[in-house]
Design a binder for this molecule. Structure first.
Ligand SMILES: NC(=O)C1=CN([C@@H]2O[C@H](COP(=O)(O)OP(=O)(O)OC[C@H]3O[C@@H](n4cnc5c(N)ncnc54)[C@H](O)[C@@H]3O)[C@@H](O)[C@H]2O)[C@H](O)CC1
Ligand SMILES: [K+]
Length: 487
């Protein structure tokens, strides 16, 4: 089962792997033709009713695979308004090859040709709400016709996010859905065929640009609240800056007053809130929890805190009292399995920290995905295990991020990852945030290495990567692989 939104992400990932959507469209269109051949003999009259999105494009392909049928293709709208390049190319191919095509420019003049089979390709997973004109009139005519209705991907009017079906939607006899079934399709009376369209398994196993699409912030929003610093000062500063670079509006660092000035000195963009002492102790916990909850912050707990007993006790008390979203990193990690917390956590251990949390002791994170998944399930929180390849799991879903370069083994990249995770956690669930953050961090390392002219990245600084975060999130670096999906 896959939602329409997730499907779009997977096909973006497939494009990045070199299997562009136009190829998938060819497979989709072919799959629909196969079902038509099962339900109707050659020579039968077939009417294709297509919309201007990729759902329509699939059916333009179908027409080519039904050469021994009597096919008429109706486009709802003008061909110059077809919404995507690949769909337009498939429409143009029909015209050049002299297939029977018509453009319906006015719903009042809509007329279904005499037919025995209707292919409903008006709307697929791009739909929202009940059908608007001219699709509404067309759906009425389709439902009233004495013909077998074959729907492409979903019946038009069906919402592939939640299974709701618009009152004025198409009532299909057969549905040819792609790659995997969609939520709610099984509740329809139609026969459902799930067609394999050649999406590589890697598109769902490896984090790619599609996962980033699901998590990309569209506006400046949220406050990061870093509880870090004491023995170290660079780590909280990097994490706090990475959160700002990932779309947060404000980034606070609560730190001991002995180091607050130093942390502020790294970056004027941060707001440093000093507390008394030279390290975090339980005395500060109530204030910190009140602040974080009072302002709906996303907390980053751990960077540079050190592992003094009273600091770890404070981190424990913090997580036991706090109920909001947080990223837990570094010395605070071993506490997580020991506590009961209502907080929503992303834990970001490296291999050593994973073992220190009581997780599996592994050489190669990717080879140990299953163990990491089991560990995340036991822990009850999202684990983002970072290494050469990162593994992200919420105990049910597990993804591998295989981006980045050897130079990223330098100190500080983990702090960036914590900051990016917090920035994305403001917008999406912790699994989606962690997966996309791993991708963004890795790509940022690649972008910097590229700019510096050495692919290995050996010699990059974590702080060099700060500026590359927006490049990956909103700029060309995130879009570089998108190829065919440019419209
Ligand atoms: N991997 C895959 O899933 C593949 C899917 N394919 C097919 O592509 C469609 C999804 O295509 P998309 O272009 O995103 O959207 P649609 O064709 O579904 O429709 C968009 C179109 O509809 C208009 N619209 C939206 N809501 C309404 C409404 N309530 N009433 C009327 N019109 C509406 C919107 O404005 C757009 O113009 C998927 O289902 C598959 O069939 C690929 O071909 C292969 C890979
Ligand atoms: K459809």
């Amino acid at each position: 089962m896959i939602t329409g939104e997730r499907m779009a992400a997977v096909d973006e990932n497939a494009a990045a792997l070199g299997v562009p959507r136009k190829q998938l469209m060819e497979s989709s269109g072919h799959a629909v033709a196969r079902v038509v051949r099962e339900v109707a003999d050659p020579g039968t009259r077939v009417a294709i009713v297509a919309g201007r999105g990729n759902n329509g494009g699939d059916a333009f392909v179908t027409a080519r695979f039904l050469d021994n049928y009597d096919v008429t293709t109706l486009l709802l709208g003008r061909s110059e308004n077809i919404g995507t390049r690949i769909s337009r190319e498939n429409w143009e191919a029909l015209e050049r090859a002299e297939y029977e095509t018509r453009e319906v420019t006015d719903s009042k003049t809509f007329e279904l040709p005499a037919c025995d089979v209707i292919i409903d390709a008006m709307l697929g997973t791009g739909i929202s709400g009940s059908l608007r004109e001219p699709a509404a009139t067309a759906a009425e005519a389709i439902n009233a016709a004495d013909a077998t209705i074959v729907a492409v991907d979903v019946p038009s009017g069906f919402d592939a996010e939640n299974g709701e079906h618009a009152d004025n939607g198409v009532e299909a006899d057969h549905v040819v859905t792609f790659h995997d079934t969609k939520p709610g399709l099984e509740d329809l009376t139609a026969d459902v065929t799930v067609a394999d369209i050649g999406i590589p398994a890697a598109a769902e196993r490896f984090v790619g640009p599609g996962d980033l699409d699901l998590a990309r912030p569209t506006q400046r929003e949220g406050r990061a609240f870093v509880v870090g610093g004491g023995p170290y000062t660079g780590a909280p500063a990097l994490a706090a800056q990475a959160a700002l670079r990932s779309g947060m509006e404000l980034s606070f660092v609560a730190a001991p007053d002995t180091v607050a000035g130093e942390i502020q000195g790294y970056a004027e963009d941060l707001i440093v809130q000093p507390y008394e002492g030279d390290r975090l102790t339980p005395e500060q916990v109530d204030d910190l929890v009140d602040t974080a909850e009072g302002y709906d912050d996303v907390v980053i707990l751990g960077p540079g805190l050190g592992n003094a007993d009273e600091t770890l006790e404070a981190a424990r008390e913090f997580l036991e009292a706090y109920t909001g979203p947080a990223v837990v990193d570094a010395d605070a990690l071993p506490i997580v399995p020991e506590i009961d917390t209502e907080a929503t956590l992303i834990c970001t251990p490296n291999r050593k920290e994973l073992a220190a949390m009581g997780g599996p002791e592994v050489e190669d994170l990717r080879a140990s995905m299953d163990e990491i998944e089991d560990f995340a399930a036991d822990l009850g929180h999202v684990v983002l295990a970072k290494g050469v390849d990162d593994v992200v799991s919420d105990g049910e879903r597990t993804l591998v991020a295989r981006v980045g370069n050897p130079g990223m083994a330098v100190g500080g990249t983990g702090d960036l990852l914590a900051g990016i995770s917090a920035g994305l956690l403001e917008h999406v669930d912790p699994f989606e945030a962690a997966a996309a953050a791993a991708y963004v961090n890795g790509r940022a390392g690649e972008v910097v290495a590229d700019r510096q002219g050495h692919e290995s990245g050996l010699g990059i600084y974590a702080s060099d990567m700060l500026e590359a975060i927006p490049t990956v999130l909103w700029g060309d670096a995130g879009e570089r692989e998108r190829g065919e999906n440019d419209d």
